[in-house]
Design a protein around this ligand. Structure first.
Ligand code: PGA
Length: 279
């Protein structure tokens, strides 16, 4: 079965609906004790994780604690970065193989803060994507414009140089996060219409490069000041397959509210109807 498509629990069959992804990007927050108490609370607030792919990405040092706290659940643990070499004299770096061996299944690649503060480029993003895929990790690759102008050309370049060189087989394992930098941590979310238009643009590039089937299957999630009170209208957009959440993922109550949003039967139904538009 393709794990990115929804399973109908009654018939155990897959539909063409993309399984939503709700990702937590904790950035440089939480120590071991805070990680443990987050999971204890969060697990008690979600009674069924099967309606979406929940991915929690803590700092590296918290990964082992998070992996054991997520045992017996379908919560996935991810890293926030990786290096493209597997070993060698690269002080301070962590490889995809190490991340995989620590129990992670996902890794964030090319977050705008990495591009801005740590010199990452489309070229290094591509190297990291290849390394993550070779290690058997699911990359969540971030793209997005810094200001609300030149959106089309920025997304086109980031896609063309950082993602498009992947083969169809490699691409099939990616999750793309559209994160307009002007909305990250700013309390300024993109409106549902703005976000959906950018997602359509990205999906259009996928269609051109890899065809309609690849475009229909890839999950494109939105990130940038997502909170329980703005999530519903974003999620209602056909093009938005979930979220990558920073600030609101640090609190178990608000992150659980975002996960629980995926449970609504009505939403699943509307996604079925909407996805027929381009199947
Ligand atoms: P934010 O961060 O939700 O705090 O805006 C999102 C992100 O940077 O991934």
């Amino acid at each position: 079965m393709n794990s990115s498509l929804l399973v109908n629990k009654a018939t155990n069959t897959q539909s063409a609906i993309r399984l939503p992804v709700i990702g937590a990007n904790w950035k440089l927050h939480k120590d071991l004790a805070e990680t443990e108490s987050f999971f204890e609370k969060f697990r008690s607030l979600v009674d069924d994780f099967g309606y979406c792919e929940v991915v929690i990405c803590p700092p590296f040092l918290d990964v082992a604690t998070a992996v054991s706290a997520a045992e017996q659940t379908t919560i996935h643990i991810g890293a926030q970065n990786l290096y493209w070499e597997n070993d060698g004299a690269f002080t301070g770096e962590v490889s995809g193989e190490m991340i995989k061996a620590s129990g992670c299944s996902h890794v964030i690649v090319g977050h705008s803060e990495r591009r801005r503060y740590f010199g990452e480029t489309d070229e290094t993003v591509l190297k990291k994507l290849v390394a993550a895929l070779e290690a058997g990790l699911t990359p969540i690759v971030c793209i997005g414009e810094s200001e609300r102008k030149n959106v089309e050309s920025v997304l086109e370049k980031q896609f063309r140089c950082g993602i498009a060189p992947l083969s169809a087989e490699q691409f099939a394992k990616l999750i793309i996060a559209y994160e307009p930098i002007w909305a990250i941590g700013a309390g300024k979310t993109a409106t549902p219409a703005i976000a959906a238009a950018a997602h359509r643009l990205i999906r259009g590039h996928v269609t051109k490069r890899l065809g309609a089937q690849a475009a229909n299957q890839v999950r494109i999630i939105y990130g940038g000041s997502v909170k329980p009170d703005n999530a519903q209208s974003l999620m209602a957009q056909e093009e938005i397959d979930g979220f990558l959440v920073g600030g609101a993922s640090l609190d178990a109550v608000s992150f659980a509210a975002l996960v629980n949003l995926c449970k609504s039967e009505e939403k699943s139904e509307s996604r079925i109807n909407q996805s027929c538009n381009y199947v």
